[in-house]
Design a binder for this molecule. Structure first.
Ligand SMILES: Nc1ncnc2c1ncn2[C@@H]1O[C@H](COP(=O)(O)OP(=O)(O)OP(=O)(O)O)[C@@H](O)[C@H]1O
Length: 470
């Protein structure tokens, strides 16, 4: 074992435990020597030796074994008269070092004691609970998610494994977890004996580290390799976590070899997950990778209507005025979770004050949500859209030319900038080639007048506004 090897090993530990833990606990360790299966480290304080030994010893041992080093124990020595970290491990025996002998003994013996308790815990921890609300019945299908839904349905039939893994990816709150739970419910309903394991990637890591710490790797491997269907949610979480990725990779391969179905979700396409090892990426890309696109207006409206029907039973008698759901579907375009939250709040509020859910109540009750999800339209976007619309160059909108065919679109763009952004007149002027705020004011006024008298201008402005707000 060389210093070099230790520094490689430290790099892998960094990936597994994260920068903070690494800086605090691993960096100060000084590797001294490997003697008769015991790796000896120097630590600055007793406390640190104990802490590392209790929390990271198994990980370190695991890393040693991965690097082909036959290490059975770790030993932490602390300089008795030195509260600070020694610059280098002393070479002469007479230097006063204190060995944390107890820790070593305990490390060796801790596994059998912890074993039965851990095994019991692991067996009861079989799967993360499935949300009873997340079924196919309650999942609203629209253009943005129809492919993901169809793939999920196919896997849920439980027939011969055709695509392995199924990877569902997409932005926050677009229904990945919902679809995974729906698959699990359906599979269990069809075959109650099927061993379906659903868990988040974070839980996978937690269990892996726990198994290492308690020396229950065999149980861990057995548990994960004996499932019929493995579902791992938010797999991007293991990116950058070396040993966990490694274990995930082996688990994955073992299950695919046995033709067991694997279903994975991620917040982006596997190829785009930073710090995910290439071999893991390529495994994930082997099956069917489908994405959940951001919701569109129709899907949002459909989801709202479905939720209203569901809420209806909890809030009997509550009325919802025409146009409210359309308004919400139009205005809240972030994610479904926000949409649901808005509706829940609206129902709770309306039932509290005993009023119908109309536009006024909606605007009052959801002012913050509506403000937060307001899309920020920029002056540049407006200039681009307007120049496309009138088929002129953007430079002609910004530039000095006074030709009517440029001046009118320029005024339209100024008008829309005033209406749709929070920019002041001088700020808008600056973005139109450094024009004075009075020029902008004049342009805005002109369009206001023309809208009353010129049907074509009124239509142009309306079309552009809609395109910009879409
Ligand atoms: N198409 C849909 N029909 C009905 N409900 C949906 C739909 N899409 C999402 N939802 C609901 O939106 C909420 C968020 O969905 P979910 O938790 O599945 O998102 P996610 O994609 O896993 O997000 P995250 O990346 O945050 O984990 C859930 O309550 C879910 O039921």
């Amino acid at each position: 074992m060389t210093e070099d090897k230790w520094s490689q090993l430290r790099q892998r530990l960094l990936k597994t435990i994260g920068q903070n833990n690494y800086t605090t606990w691993i960096e100060p360790l000084e590797f001294d020597v490997l003697e008769g299966g015991v790796a000896i480290f120097h630590v600055p304080t007793n406390f640190m030796g104990n802490y590392v030994s209790q929390n990271f010893a198994d990980l370190i041992l695991h890393e040693f074994s991965l690097s082909g080093e036959p290490v059975q124990r770790l030993s932490f020595k602390v300089a008795a008269n030195s509260p600070v970290r020694p610059a280098r491990a002393p070479e002469r025996a007479e230097e006063p070092y204190l060995e944390l002998a107890d820790r070593n003994v305990e490390l060796e013996n801790s596994a059998p004691r912890a074993a039965s308790a851990t095994l019991a815990k692991m067996e009861t921890l079989q799967a993360a609970p499935l949300d009873p609300r997340f079924t196919f019945d309650s999942f609203v299908v629209g253009k943005p998610n129809e492919l993901a839904h169809a793939a999920a349905r196919r896997v849920a039939e439980g027939g011969p494994v055709t695509f392995n893994p199924l990877v569902l990816y997409g932005g926050v709150g677009l229904g990945k977890t919902h679809l995974m739970h729906a698959i699990a419910w359906e599979l269990i309903a069809r075959k109650p004996d099927l061993n379906v394991l659903y868990l988040s990637a974070e839980q996978f890591m937690y269990r892996f580290v726990q198994a290492l710490r308690e020396r229950r790797m065999m149980d861990f491997k057995h548990l994960f390799r004996s499932v019929d269907v493995l579902m791992v949610d938010d797999v991007q979480f293991i990116a950058g976590k070396g040993s966990t990725q490694e274990e995930f990779f082996h688990t994955f391969n073992a299950l695919v070899d046995q033709n067991k179905q694997i279903i994975i979700s991620a917040d982006r396409a596997p190829g785009e997950i930073k710090d995910l090892e290439d071999r893991v990426k390529s495994r994930l890309q082997c099956g069917l990778v489908v994405d959940l696109h951001p919701t569109d207006y129709e899907l949002r409206l459909g989801i709202l209507q479905t939720k209203v029907t569901q809420y209806g039973t909890s809030y009997p008698g509550l009325q919802i005025a025409d146009g409210v759901l359309e308004f919400l579907a139009h205005r809240i375009s972030t994610n479904v979770r926000v949409l649901e939250g808005a509706l829940t709040r609206l129902f709770a509020f309306a039932s509290l004050v005993g009023r119908e859910i109309d536009m006024d109540l909606t605007q009052d009750c959801l002012a913050d949500v509506l403000r937060a999800s307001e899309r920020k339209i920029t002056v540049e976007e407006i200039q681009r859209k307007v120049s496309d619309y009138y088929n002129i160059r953007m430079s002609d909108i910004i530039g000095p030319k006074r030709l009517r065919s440029f001046a009118r679109p320029r005024q339209v763009a100024m008008y829309l900038s005033k209406q749709l952004t929070s920019r002041s007149l001088p700020e808008i002027g600056r973005r139109f080639g450094g024009r004075d705020h009075t020029t902008v004011m004049h342009g805005v006024k002109r369009i206001e007048e023309l809208k009353q008298t010129d049907g074509q201008i009124a239509e142009d402005v309306e079309m552009l506004r809609r395109a910009l707000e879409a």
